[in-house]
Design a protein around this ligand. Structure first.
Ligand code: PGA
Length: 253
């Protein structure tokens, strides 16, 4: 596979790592409550990482951490503020349920729900108006990587954040589409190089954390976390199990 080029430059901030659990459309309410109780016990010994959990919407209030051990994230939000949009959930609703973060532009939303850059700009705007920190997802397909189009694709995806205020804290999740749910994670080197490229594209931001996502497990988290610029993880499948997710959190220095 060809690596993106021209990735030297902008140094990442050093700070607490952010580990986000993206449950997608998984778990019943009793299962979600069981996770909360089990992870509540684990979270007392997670070390210095910041944790956020993005459960399905109906369990947001249930998943609030009793002891402040983690924050809440929405898995998505509407590009509209409110009104007659049956089935949609607004950024303001998420904020009023205690969310600090919202995932915007996940590749599954882009693929299955045909979300465009223009729509994602609207979602980012709504997130900011509600006081949420967006976790903006970007990533290339296997074909795009093979054809050497990764950098150009990421540049185009990041254009959706053009009007997002540069002084507001932004989280970007680099998730290669070919690594999501496939068990085939990007190598630490691929992740580091691509994330350096993303940081260059967003060089004007005052506060930027870039996470890696795509088949992160307790087994590969430490080697990924050791690479420069990887400020944390967006974890799907491996976040559904409380002890396994806690192991991922603990493996981040
Ligand atoms: P995965 O999903 O960890 O199951 O690959 C990551 C994501 O889609 O955010």
């Amino acid at each position: 596979m060809r690596e993106p080029s021209g990735v030297e430059g902008v140094k990442p901030e050093r700070g607490r790592r952010l580990i986000v659990a993206n449950w997608k459309m998984n778990k019943t309410r009793p299962e979600a409550l069981a996770f909360r109780d089990a992870f509540g016990r684990e979270s007392e010994s997670l070390g210095g990482v910041e944790v956020a959990i993005a459960p399905p919407y109906p369990y947001l209030s249930d998943l609030a951490s009793p002891a402040g051990g983690w924050s809440l994230a929405g898995q998505d939000c509407s590009a509209e503020a409110r009104g007659a949009f049956t089935g949609e959930v607004s950024a303001e609703m998420l904020a009023s349920c205690g969310c600090r973060y919202v995932i915007v532009g996940h590749s599954e939303r882009r693929k299955h729900f045909h979300e465009s850059g223009a729509l994602l700009s609207g979602k980012l705007r709504q997130a900011r108006q509600a006081g949420l920190v967006p976790i903006f997802c970007v990533g290339e397909t296997l074909e795009e990587r093979r054809e050497g189009l990764t950098r150009e694709l990421l540049r185009r995806q990041i254009e959706a954040a053009e009007n997002d205020p540069a002084d507001a804290p932004l989280v970007v999740a680099y998730e290669p589409v070919w690594a999501i749910g496939t068990g085939q994670n990007a190598t630490p080197k691929q992740a580091e190089e691509t994330i350096a490229g993303i940081r260059n594209l967003l060089a004007g931001r005052a506060s930027l954390r870039v996470l890696y996502g795509g088949s992160v497990t307790a087994e590969n988290a430490a080697s990924l976390a050791s690479r420069e610029g990887i400020a944390g993880f967006l974890v799907g499948g491996a976040s559904l199990d409380s002890p396994g997710f806690a192991r991922i959190c603990r493996s981040c220095p």
